[in-house]
Design a protein around this ligand. Sequence first.
Ligand SMILES: Nc1ncnc2c1ncn2[C@@H]1O[C@H](COP(=O)(O)OP(=O)(O)OP(=O)(O)O)[C@@H](O)[C@H]1O
Ligand SMILES: [Mg+2]
Length: 247
Amino acid sequence: MSGKIIAVYSLKGGVGKTTLAVNLAWEAATLSKRRTLLWDLDAQAAATYLLRHDKGHSTEAQAAIRREMNPAKLILKSKFGNLDLLPADPSLRDLDVIFRDLGKKKRLSNLASELAERYDRIIIDCPPGLTDTSEQILRAADLVIVPVIPSALSRRALEMINQHVGRHKGLAVPLLPVFSMVDRRRTLHREALMAEPDWPVIPMASGFEAMSERREPLGNFTPRRSAGVQAVAQLWARIEADLTRTS
Ligand SMILES: Nc1ncnc2c1ncn2[C@@H]1O[C@H](COP(=O)(O)OP(=O)(O)OP(=O)(O)O)[C@@H](O)[C@H]1O
Ligand SMILES: [Mg+2]
């Protein structure tokens, strides 16, 4: 059976996509023992950096999307068992142009399906935007995680993604909104959570910020009982349950 593709995506920037993608991938690999691939599709290469790889000025990531080289050849091992990385590099800066040039709506979906023969779970860290790239991502994924900071603007971004998916017949992918960077001391945040009691919640926690200094997933340097690690574990359990239900 081929693996499942989980995209962490929002059209909004800075909402916690990369943070979630890296921690979910770690959770899938180390605790669920899934053969896991973290696929960094963002030219900022933040997920690549967080797993301690630096790809400098390489252009291979673009070549893989163009099928000028085999993406499997780019895959790097992480220092965690079961967790591999398909790294990003600055050549993904023009990803929208690349997809438009190629004119193949299913390019990402086909590449992901091929990789899913070797992995149980592929987690894609997506660049922000509602573009040709996001359309490819929405087509490729089995489940799309949308981090939403409890604010009107973040919710609006989610509504726009929902409308976009609704407009396109080929895009029947389920979306799972997740409250991100939640501070329960704030009235606005508490009210937002009460309005959507079913959405998973990731708290605001300094440990998540420390990841960029330590360059490792939160669970690798924080006790299992900490609020942040537990929230990621609960989210991962929910994702596994949703994937089982929809397959
Ligand atoms: N739950 C959290 N608690 C505290 N800080 C967080 C949390 N999640 C993310 N951050 C911090 O917020 C910033 C943005 O997070 P991140 O890079 O994951 O967002 P992003 O959506 O991937 O951004 P971009 O759109 O630029 O790719 C980072 O500095 C990160 O450390
Ligand atoms: Mg990011």
